[in-house]
Write a protein that binds this ligand. Structure first.
Ligand SMILES: [Zn+2]
Length: 249
């Protein structure tokens, strides 16, 4: 076996500084997710280039007995400075955590990369970054083939459920539900978001007052189906009524 160097272009979706000062970065690239280590990273010239959400071209060097490649060079190919604004940053961070949880290392997905890159640009530039994040989260789920069931009650299978499912993040019929039905716009969004184009979804935003319930459903669904996404805690509003329901169940 021989050592080899690999060139990749992608977006930094995760960045972790080790006590040694080395930086472990995860990039989402059109060829899949790539994880590599930048040695001496925080003191080295690579540190500022390997910031979260930067689009970078990296050359990594892989030795046969070390599965984590070493970053030899990094070139900044693009950055979205407005993502530093607190509200945008929170949503960008959530999208990055989300992509990291949904897509596996080595899994080839040019579409996933394109969709994620579009999501970050939208969060950086659109006047309503929360709506971009909600729409793109569901579109990324759809791409990963993990889609909440909306045609049947998640508990009994009855057709056309309209109520939140506080445990699984899917939908319940009136007989199974303990919470009141979704308002019409939210219901329409949940039933159509994955099938509709991004543009069609962006053009029909759900009123902000209805969004906490949509975030809660997404949070429950992703936690049950994929596993925890850490950014939820800072982003999704806490929900006393839901805690009560969970304690009873
Ligand atoms: Zn039911």
């Amino acid at each position: 076996m021989k050592s080899r160097s690999v060139n990749r272009s992608g977006i930094v979706i995760r960045r972790r500084v080790l006590p040694s000062g080395d930086i472990i970065v995860t990039l989402l690239t059109p060829q899949g997710k790539v994880k590599a280590i930048a040695r001496g990273g925080v003191r080295g010239p690579l540190a500022s280039r390997l910031n979260l959400f930067h689009h970078v071209g990296v050359q990594t060097y892989q030795t046969p007995n070390n599965d984590l490649g070493t970053v030899k060079q990094a070139v900044l190919e693009g950055a979205l400075p407005t993502l530093a604004e607190p509200e945008r940053h929170a949503f960008a961070h959530l999208m990055a955590e989300f992509a990291d949880a949904l897509f596996q290392e080595g899994e080839f997905s040019e579409q996933a990369f394109e969709l994620f890159a579009a999501a970050l640009r939208g969060v950086a530039r659109q006047p309503d970054p929360e709506w971009v994040a909600l729409v793109m989260s569901y579109k990324l789920l759809g791409l990963a083939g993990i889609v909440p069931q909306t045609a049947r009650c998640a508990r009994c299978g009855a057709a056309d459920p309209e109520h939140p499912d506080p445990l699984g993040g899917q939908m319940l019929c009136a007989a199974c539900a303990s919470l009141s039905a979704y308002p019409p716009q939210s219901l329409d969004f949940l039933r159509g978001v994955v099938r509709r184009t991004v543009r069609a979804n962006m053009d029909a935003p759900v009123p902000p007052a209805e969004r906490p319930a949509l975030w809660r459903a997404l949070e429950r669904f992703v936690t049950v189906q994929v596993g925890g996404v850490h950014s939820w805690r800072q982003l999704v509003p806490s929900t006393p009524e839901m805690t009560a329901v969970e304690t009873v169940s």
